[in-house]
Write a protein that binds this ligand. Structure first.
Ligand code: RB5
Length: 148
């Protein structure tokens, strides 16, 4: 599995913590920025990761901003991306098992580094259950999903 990770300035410190965790776990990843605390616009980084995941360059994406919310809104504009904001282990697990989420977003102003690391670990390790959930994910992805 290869992971793309990025943040804005408000998520920079948590992103640094999570890249260290990925390294310690031996998970292949690429850090797409930002690389310091200077103010930047989160959509630039959210789009970068979303497009790289959608293009198949990475299996999963991780985005950190102040709340995790702007990053999720941004990432979900890219077709094929199912981005979720998760600050608890149950949501992280279910977003993979039922929703096949391919981007996880978190907020540095919301969650501490220890729990964020645990949330990321569970999110990376949980497989999609498929079956009836595949049908539902297919409906998300199909243009006519809301008509049926
Ligand atoms: C930056 O101040 C903040 O708005 C951003 O990090 C994020 O929380 C937006 O959703």
């Amino acid at each position: 599995m290869k992971v793309a990770i990025a943040s804005d300035h408000a998520g920079f410190h948590l992103k640094q913590h999570l890249t260290a965790a990925l390294q310690a776990w031996g998970v292949a990843f690429e850090d797409l920025g930002t690389f310091d605390e200077q103010s930047v616009d989160y959509p630039d980084y959210g789009r970068k990761v979303a497009e790289a995941v959608a293009a198949g360059q990475f299996d999963r994406g991780v985005l950190v901003c102040g709340t995790g919310l702007g990053m999720a809104i941004t990432a979900n504009k890219t077709p094929g991306i199912r981005a979720v904001t998760a600050h608890d282990v149950f949501s992280a697990r279910m977003s993979r098992a039922h929703n096949d989420a391919n981007v996880l977003t978190m907020g540095e102003r919301v969650i501490g580094p220890g729990l964020a690391e645990e949330v990321l670990r569970v999110w990376l390790d949980t497989p999609f259950e498929g079956g009836r959930h595949q049908r539902r994910v297919d409906k998300i992805e199909s243009a006519g999903a809301l008509e049926s």
